[in-house]
Design a protein around this ligand. Structure first.
Ligand code: GLY
Ligand code: MN
Ligand code: MN
Length: 496
């Protein structure tokens, strides 16, 4: 489709391609296209379910930053190439604080303006332009003729329970910016540049102090460590949708095996379910068959899927709320494990089970990894792969078993697949578990095809089992327990 870059609005677009525009510029055309449009009824919606939860989150943030103006951009669309963009996804902190997920309007900005003892929240977004402007037909980036209708200010205000203003009025906020303003720096580079410029002016200095911005980013991450009931419900739904995606892949195995790039069919089958049930995948699907399973983040997915090998499928569906599952299952493509595949698989499962068994409020997050590693060290020692005993290998200065599992066992999970990424180490790895935390347990064993430390029969085998875990008042719940995970259950799943 050619875009339409002869008009004034399109001429202003940064990626205008005037060399192929056919849009008429005559006054007759402009008059004709701007008239005779029926009015659009704007039904005021009830607030969406997450609106009240987002309000609680904003109130908690307000208490942490008294007197500070807080700016949380949703971010602009990201360029994939020239004038094509990636599918839009709002910044996670923005989604968390507004409840606006897959339907968020690109370029929006949440502003928390300090009041005497709290903050007033206002959401600035690009309201639909009228049909009397040429934006709607001549601007391929945001025009409604090109990218679809946008909601009104009143609609979003009711839907999200936040005061709204047109994005054009965000310039008033920028003019008020002073040293008390903090911004989520990685939300939107243009917004950050504007805020930085004003803060430099206000401080009459050439070097900017951004420690406060870092405090804000840290707090926004740490505030997501414990999920509320809406979030836990979304995680359950994301896992349920992801199970459907895994079932789809198993159902398609005959076609997958028949195709020379079977891994791509695995990805396509899973991703189709993600688009059908949710927003998209929460991260690029890892469809790693045969020795590709030894590559931790294999996402090229261009290999065959061959009976006799294992396929490691690490995939998660992100819902419209942007919460995502992160599940791995490793499947014997022929339907049954070989003896050595089963040995490795069950060792990984034992490791996962041992880690899960200790999860309860009050333990430290890092203890989960330590527990998983006891099994990994014991098994690799038992198989004669380590130059020392399991006990010695587990000493911090040794760690030979980690050759076969170089990654960690757990990460927090939620609106980001690697959630809470800017939380302090003392609250993350060293943190104490609390009810409402959601994280993965995902041990693995990966015997590279050219690893001379392992007998030949192990080489090229990669196994990971990844579950999504909720800390409860009394212990833990494996949210993904319904996706078969013992070797016997996996074989029965494939047979069914
Ligand atoms: N899917 C990436 C991970 O498991 O962390
Ligand atoms: Mn993971
Ligand atoms: Mn994963």
């Amino acid at each position: 489709m050619a875009d339409s870059t002869d008009s004034a609005a399109a001429q202003k677009a940064p990626r205008a391609t005037a060399n192929r525009s056919t849009t008429p510029v005559s006054d007759n055309f402009k008059d004709y296209i701007s008239g005779n449009w029926a009015g659009r009824p704007d039904v005021t919606p009830e607030p969406r379910e997450q609106a009240s939860f987002a309000a609680v989150r904003r109130a908690a943030l307000s208490q942490k930053f008294p007197g500070k103006r807080l700016i949380v951009p949703a971010g602009a669309a990201k360029v994939r190439s020239n004038d094509t963009d990636y599918a839009y996804r709002a910044h996670s902190a923005f989604a968390h604080l507004t409840g606006w997920g897959s339907d968020a309007v690109a370029g929006s900005v949440l502003v928390l303006e300090p009041t005497a003892n709290a903050h007033d929240a206002t959401l600035y977004f690009r309201e639909a332009a009228g049909r009397d402007s040429d934006e709607f037909y001549a601007n391929p980036e945001v025009g409604e003729f090109w990218t679809g209708p946008r909601p009104s200010l009143a609609h979003v205000a009711a839907d999200l329970g936040i005061a709204t203003r047109n994005l054009a009025e965000f310039t008033d906020v920028v003019e008020r910016v002073d040293a008390s303003t903090l911004v989520v720096r990685d939300g939107d580079r243009d917004v950050t540049d504007q805020i930085d410029g004003r803060r430099l002016l206000a401080a009459d200095t050439e070097s900017l102090e951004t420690d406060g911005d870092a405090d804000l980013a840290r707090e926004l991450s740490e505030s997501r460590l414990v999920k509320d009931s809406y979030e836990i419900d979304q995680m359950r739904r994301a896992v349920a949708a992801t199970k459907q995606g895994f079932d789809d892949v198993i159902g398609d195995l005959p076609a997958i095996v028949a195709h020379e790039r079977g891994e791509r069919l695995v990805e396509g089958t899973f991703n189709r379910r993600a688009r059908a049930e949710g927003n998209q995948v929460g991260y690029d699907t890892i469809a790693a068959s045969g020795q590709h399973a030894c590559i931790l983040h294999w996402t090229r997915n261009d290999g065959p899927v061959i009976p006799g090998d294992l396929i490691l499928l690490d995939a998660g569906i992100e819902l419209d709320s942007l919460y995502t599952a992160d599940i791995t299952r490793t499947l014997p493509i022929a339907g049954t494990f070989t003896e050595v595949q089963r040995r490795v698989y069950e060792a990984v499962r034992e490791s996962a089970d041992a880690a899960f068994a200790i999860v309860r409020p009050g333990i430290r997050f890092r203890e989960i990894h330590a527990e998983a590693m006891k099994v990994i060290a014991a098994k690799t020692a038992e198989w004669g792969l380590l130059p020392v005993s399991a006990e010695e290998s587990l000493q911090p200065e040794q760690q030979y078993h980690r050759r076969y599992m170089v990654h960690g066992t757990s990460h927090h999970l939620g609106i980001d697949v690697h959630d809470c990424a800017q939380a302090r180490r003392e609250l993350y790895l060293e943190g104490i578990l609390e009810p409402g935390m959601v994280f993965t347990i995902e041990p693995g064993l990966y015997f590279q095809p050219d690893d001379l430390t392992v007998p030949e029969e192990y080489r090229g085998i990669g196994v990971r089992i990844e579950d999504n875990i909720l800390v409860t008042e009394s212990g833990a719940e494996n949210l993904s327990i319904g996706i078969p995970r013992t070797a016997d259950d996996v074989e029965a799943w494939l047979a069914g």
